[in-house]
Design a protein around this ligand. Sequence first.
Ligand SMILES: *[C@@H]1O[C@H](CO)[C@@H](O)[C@H](O)[C@H]1NC(C)=O
Ligand SMILES: *[C@@H]1O[C@H](CO)[C@@H](O)[C@H](O)[C@H]1NC(C)=O
Ligand SMILES: *[C@@H]1O[C@H](CO)[C@@H](O)[C@H](O)[C@H]1NC(C)=O
Ligand SMILES: *[C@@H]1O[C@H](CO)[C@@H](O)[C@H](O)[C@H]1NC(C)=O
Ligand SMILES: *[C@@H]1O[C@H](CO)[C@@H](O)[C@H](O)[C@H]1NC(C)=O
Ligand SMILES: *[C@@H]1O[C@H](CO)[C@@H](O)[C@H](O)[C@H]1NC(C)=O
Ligand SMILES: *[C@@H]1O[C@H](CO)[C@@H](O)[C@H](O)[C@H]1NC(C)=O
Ligand SMILES: *[C@@H]1O[C@H](CO)[C@@H](O)[C@H](O)[C@H]1NC(C)=O
Ligand SMILES: *[C@@H]1O[C@H](CO)[C@@H](O)[C@H](O)[C@H]1NC(C)=O
Ligand SMILES: *[C@@H]1O[C@H](CO)[C@@H](O)[C@H](O)[C@H]1NC(C)=O
Length: 715
Amino acid sequence: MSLFSRILLGLCLTILLWLMHSTAGREGSTCVRSPKCRSPRVPWGHPPRHLCVHNDLCRCSHTTLDCSSHHGNLTYVPYVEGSFSILNFSNNNLVQISRRDFFVNMSRDVQVVDLYNNDLVHIVQGVFNLLPKLEWLLLGGNRLSFKDVFKMNFQAPVQTLDVKCMGYREISPPNDVNLTRSDITFLRMDWNSIESLDMAAFSVTPTLSDLYIRDSKVYNLTTVLMPHLLGFNLGRNRLFDFPETCSGTNDSLFPELVTLILDFNMISCIDHVCLPKVEILDLSYNFFEYILSGTFSAKHFPYLKQILLGQMRTKILDIEAHAFNHSALETLDLGKNTLDFSSPVVDDDAFAGCMGLLHLHLSFNNFENVSEARFSRLFRILTKLIRLDISNSMVKFVYSDTFANFTDLRQLYLYRNALTYIPDGVFDGMQNLTFLHMESNRIQTISQLTFGESAAKRFQMLNLGGNPFQCNCDILWFKQWLESRPHIFNHRDPYVCANRPHVNLQDFVLNEQACLLGSDAASFTIAVTCVLLSFLLLFVIAFRFRWRMRLWLYEACRGRPRDRRRQLLAEGRCFRYDMFVSYAIEDVAWVQQELRPVLEGEWGLKLCIHQRDFVPGKHIVDNISDCVSDSERVVLVFSPHFARSEWCQFELKYCQVDVMERDDVMVLVELRETPSRDMTGAMLAVLQITTYIEWEDGHDARQSFWARLRSALDD
Ligand SMILES: *[C@@H]1O[C@H](CO)[C@@H](O)[C@H](O)[C@H]1NC(C)=O
Ligand SMILES: *[C@@H]1O[C@H](CO)[C@@H](O)[C@H](O)[C@H]1NC(C)=O
Ligand SMILES: *[C@@H]1O[C@H](CO)[C@@H](O)[C@H](O)[C@H]1NC(C)=O
Ligand SMILES: *[C@@H]1O[C@H](CO)[C@@H](O)[C@H](O)[C@H]1NC(C)=O
Ligand SMILES: *[C@@H]1O[C@H](CO)[C@@H](O)[C@H](O)[C@H]1NC(C)=O
Ligand SMILES: *[C@@H]1O[C@H](CO)[C@@H](O)[C@H](O)[C@H]1NC(C)=O
Ligand SMILES: *[C@@H]1O[C@H](CO)[C@@H](O)[C@H](O)[C@H]1NC(C)=O
Ligand SMILES: *[C@@H]1O[C@H](CO)[C@@H](O)[C@H](O)[C@H]1NC(C)=O
Ligand SMILES: *[C@@H]1O[C@H](CO)[C@@H](O)[C@H](O)[C@H]1NC(C)=O
Ligand SMILES: *[C@@H]1O[C@H](CO)[C@@H](O)[C@H](O)[C@H]1NC(C)=O
């Protein structure tokens, strides 16, 4: 914003405020009508209830003599027996106090005198000397000038003087030598119309430690050395500039000042300050657009602990890196600024250097698009935080380690945001978290895992109301918790079921058995499905590798010693053929096309096949007998044809007789399945002592067949 537009804006606001003030009330008596100008309530005073004994002009309680309001028009203090600490003489039409013994009827113990709103124009000097314990004098709402007040010569130990609503326009140093200095420590001058304030005027109260000038129109402030001032409240005025705090030699004008309240002014920057002891600085509702690097650093405010920058009247345009570079800073309020924390307006290192921060208030800002990484970058060093307020800020997500480093956090405010989900166990690591406010978000369910057992036990206050809970089996655990520890849950925001109109979570009933069964049935179904699937898988694998498995089984079951060939060779016996093949004539095609090519072609064995090798002219029985005895092995090709063929049966029987003494000679091949009723007795007998190898179509089946045959022949 340009300087010109800033001045224009300031001017507009000044006019607006002036209009407001002039309608609120003018001077003296008119000021009384403003409801804000009532006498303050004295902390130890109880409102009087009874008319005092023998006196119907005032009311009494054991601490207060109340001669105010209803019994107005009083011009003297009536005598009432008893010892009172408070005299309330407000709202009478006492225009002047001219008698020095005005308070002679009052008990000497009185500590508070309220003369508020009496249209007083004159008080005789030394009138308060009769009240040796007077501490607190309320003179507001009268028509006494600043000089009139301090001409009164308070010899009593008046500490607090309240002169609000006096219509003062200007406070300037009195040049009246007759003014007496007083030991007042607390001066309240709120609700005046002071525009120009020269603090040299307070030379009459050299021991002043607290000065309140709120709700005036101060824009021209002249500061002087205030050696004892501890608290200075200039809120709700029209200051454009931060008060001058340095003397010409750069010494502080407020060497002891601890609290400086400047809220609701028009200050936009801080240039050069000498505030060596200030701990609390309230600058909320001012015009700060830029918070420059180091503005609130230890160099400028060595003892600063609290800085309030909430609700600026203008949009903050930049918070620079290290703006709050102050390791002793404890409280920072940036609330109600609609700051977009995802934008570069807030520097990544804006909070760098204030690692001692305990309280951080960021409500009513904008966290809509703040990523996890950005959040961590901004706040990762604030590991000492005790209280964090990010309410009303459109927070969408918290991540499982968002608060991982905030181990000391005790109070967390996340209400009125856009959270839809709380990650499981996100608060479990925060050992000290006892206050958690997450009401009015969009959270639909809370499960047993959301809050770990120890975290759940820690809470003293947990507000989750106003969320659109889905009332179903999942929420039952939370409902039970809600009912078992009602005192930790705030019920101001109702816990309602979003999926059941007009039903509160507390009233929501659901059969727990049904929920339990529901979950059991689900797990049972899953288990059964798993078992079935595994069986299916096993079956598929078994089917796929069935031939290989048969081969293994075959080899495993036979388990006979494989030294027969060696034994025979050792015996020196020689055979003409490796193998005699006995088969039915119908199966010749198989023998020629399948068996012979492999056994003779690939394995290099010599077969005896009767069509080829039987000697013509020789009797068939001799041929068979020669062939069998000249072959090392006999392969029988079983099939229904084999069972019907007489010659095959003969060959089988011959072999049985001839080769019985030669162990392990016969190899059975089942070419086609033969029903046992078709089998002859000889076939069944052979089958009982010899495992057979069946032929089937298919690549794997054939592989397995040849391998088993090979294995049988190798024996
Ligand atoms: C005196 O009485 C008025 C009401 O008449 C009350 O508002 C005021 O607070 C009282 N003052 C004190 C000091 O209690
Ligand atoms: C006070 O005096 C005025 C006239 O002087 C009278 O009108 C008013 O009623 C009186 N108030 C009380 C409370 O007696
Ligand atoms: C003291 O009280 C009496 C009776 O209430 C009254 O007549 C007298 O005027 C009072 N004295 C003063 C100085 O007010
Ligand atoms: C100052 O006080 C003296 C007496 O104490 C008096 O004679 C004189 O008029 C006063 N001066 C003013 C300006 O009030
Ligand atoms: C501000 O106050 C000082 C001292 O009281 C005075 O000299 C000066 O004229 C005032 N300035 C304005 C602009 O009123
Ligand atoms: C006071 O301090 C300011 C800023 O630190 C400096 O510019 C100025 O020269 C100093 N004045 C004196 C008198 O030391
Ligand atoms: C932050 O403050 C420390 C101590 O006051 C100082 O040494 C350091 O230079 C400051 N850093 C920045 C970037 O201002
Ligand atoms: C956040 O991001 C969304 C999508 O990019 C955008 O529509 C929205 O305006 C952004 N909000 C803010 C405050 O930047
Ligand atoms: C927590 O602190 C560690 C060490 O300082 C850091 O590496 C980590 O990124 C921080 N985690 C978060 C979520 O800020
Ligand atoms: C919890 O707070 C106590 C002080 O109240 C502190 O001593 C302790 O270290 C804190 N625990 C953790 C885990 O920070």
